[in-house]
Write a protein that binds this ligand. Structure first.
Ligand code: FE
Ligand code: FE
Length: 330
């Protein structure tokens, strides 16, 4: 390595090998992820990574050289760490959080590499390749922030509350109106359920539902003032799994409790897909497509969902209470 140009080519070959390793790594990570939003993010970045490989081949063509000759040991190590996580036993959501951690370490390695390569390309006035390298750098950065968003909005809060065992069961009951749903919640709480185990999805057009959902959230971190300040036309704050929110573009549904995280990750994954957002969100909660579609229609008409996040023993209790209140469906 006698000059910057040689170093540039050597570093290009290093990241070329890294990207090739990563195409395999990302496919495995998509398979290992449980959250549909995370799976989708990994799949999308898998496709982008294939592009990154091709883009680098164009760079080598432009430089009249080839990409062979380097093996990236750092990427081997990062991928090996990711694979260790995939083979561990444990809670799915906690594993998803760990997969995000592994993936973000990879992204930061790539960001560092492409950042350096862009600086070299600039120094060497290699403008054609600079454009290509910048495109990839932007995609790496966007992937990194997308992963941060999925982690902080959905996966991390889910992982934190996984001790309620709600991954084992969600009991979902549909009622004709908000007033009945409210009575069910009070009944469940009176029977020993923790409010934080319960979620509600209601039509936001009902003023009582707005007020009630706010109260339901009050013992926790959501401030009712913040909700009022932002108004009900916008998503209120960041959804931490214990938030009040309106689904934009869907006529307004209020969501409170743990179900919010799953619901919103489904809605997020549906953007760009064919499914209706709310239906996709309900499927993320565990409903099959037909039931989700039917529930979604009913919700638009003013129906309300009560969801209990429970283990097996509490599941039976929840169902018994829910069935006393004349549900449309449990
Ligand atoms: Fe890449
Ligand atoms: Fe990447």
């Amino acid at each position: 390595m006698e000059n910057l140009k040689q170093l540039y080519v050597q570093q290009l070959r290093d990241i070329y090998d890294a990207e090739q390793q990563l195409t395999k790594g990302l496919r495995k990570m998509a398979d290992a992820a449980t959250s549909p939003a995370l799976k989708e993010a990994f799949r999308q970045h898998y496709q982008q990574t294939q592009n990154h490989v091709q883009r680098l081949e164009r760079v080598f063509d432009n430089l009249n050289t080839t990409g062979s000759g380097e093996s990236c040991e750092a990427m081997q190590g990062l991928i090996a760490e990711g694979e260790q996580i995939m083979h561990k036993d444990g809670d799915h959501t906690v594993k998803d959080a760990a997969l995000i951690a592994a993936a973000q370490k990879v992204e930061h390695y790539e960001i560092a590499s492409y950042g350096t390569l862009c600086a070299y390309a600039e120094e060497l006035s290699d403008n054609k390749n600079l454009r290509l390298l910048r495109e990839t750098l932007q995609e790496e950065k966007r992937t990194d922030s997308k992963l941060t968003k999925i982690a902080t909005n959905t996966i991390n809060p889910d992982a934190e509350t996984s001790h309620w065992g709600y991954h084992e069961q969600r009991i979902i009951a549909l009622y004709d109106d908000f007033t009945t749903a409210r009575a069910v919640i009070e009944d469940l709480v009176a029977s020993g359920f923790d409010r934080r185990q319960l979620s509600i999805v209601a039509n936001a057009n009902d003023a009582r539902s707005q007020e009630y959902v706010r109260r339901l959230n009050q013992p926790d971190t959501t401030s009712p003032d913040a909700a009022e300040g932002a108004g009900f036309g916008a998503v209120v704050g960041t959804l931490t799994g214990l938030g009040v929110a309106v689904i934009p573009g869907l006529g307004g549904f209020v969501v409170a409790g743990l179900a919010g995280a799953a619901l919103f990750s489904g809605i997020g994954a549906a953007i760009g897909g064919g499914l209706g957002g709310l239906t996709a969100g309900l499927m993320e909660l565990g409903l099959d497509d037909e039931t989700a579609e039917a529930y979604s229609t009913r919700l638009r008409e003013g129906g309300t969902l009560v969801i209990a996040h429970v283990d097996e023993e509490w599941g039976d209790r929840a169902q018994a209470i829910m069935k006393k209140h004349n549900p449309v469906h449990v």
